[in-house]
Design a protein around this ligand. Sequence first.
Ligand code: NAD
Length: 339
Amino acid sequence: MGKLRVCINGYGTIGKRVADAVKLQEDMVVEGVVKTRADYSCELIRERGYPLYAASKESLESFKKANVKVEGLAEDLFKKCDVVVDCTPEGIGAKYKPVYDSIGVKAIFQGGEKHELVEASFVAEVNYEKALNKRFIRVVSCNTTGLSRTIGYLDKSFGVRKVRATIIRRGADPSETKKGPINALVPNPAKFPSHHGPDVQTILPHLEVVTGAVVTPTTLMHVHVVNAELKSDASVEDVVKCFSRSKRIRLIDAAKGLDSTAAIIEYARDLGRKRGDLPEVAVWSDSISVIGREVFYMQAVHQESIVVPENIDAVRAVTGSVVEGGKSVMLTNQSLGLI
Ligand code: NAD
């Protein structure tokens, strides 16, 4: 089998990271990336050797005006690929689906799209097999990925009766200047459940998960305060061991100075991670507490990068090139230098 030909449609926060991650895989090649207009990133795309395609005829004109060379239109690229990783903004992926369908190319959508659009929603360590050989799947949102990873491990190890979680959301990504709030805490929404609980149920459908969310004036990470009721007894040590078995959960200690999202991002930079990313969900081991059969813990999610390894595994799953999820997770982690 030759290398999997992958293209990335939408070159923003997620798309540019997915493209760089695909480039690092021995079994994949970046066949091209799709952009709507010329900006500083075209030069970086050229330097990285990614063929550039225009999203539409109008975008083609804007590239021509800016004197930026493009290889053709998005549809020309989709026809050459095994898989499109759709990293366009919320709702745009759904508009592209008929195009992918008519060309006959497989597509991986992101968390901004609805579960109903696809055959399966995906978190690699929880339900890899559900995505095997499917045409259309969705890598769930950053919050859903973080929650599903840890709840999924608790469920595998002890059985989970129910989950209650509070999500303290970042207001915007660091590069976004038009979003807020800048001086308020905003219930998001001011009712229960927030959409995250039902979204986790697209991955773990047998669990009762209720979430509430508040948006905060910060750009670095989300924080989750989680309470899970288990079906069997577990000590704090058992829970620590359970999370340690995951290849995408990183246990950190507030007592050692990793006591805030700012400290965690500084740590990711110190680790030498590209862009200072931390695709693992970071669980504060000091926060893990057990009262009866209830487990409490706090975790932090780097929203810009947590879904990047999942997209790489998703490419292997939909093409069926690797049938065992654990093997794909290992290949992806090794290539990205995770844990
Ligand atoms: P983004 O706005 O940073 O990037 C989207 C890119 O797509 C932009 O470069 C935009 O110009 C381009 N685009 C817009 N219309 C297009 C079109 N018609 N064709 C091709 N490209 C087009 O968005 P993002 O944050 O990377 O989010 C992408 C998806 O990932 C969304 O579904 C989002 O919900 C999901 N997601 C985002 C985050 C996050 O924190 N940023 C985390 C997890 C999942």
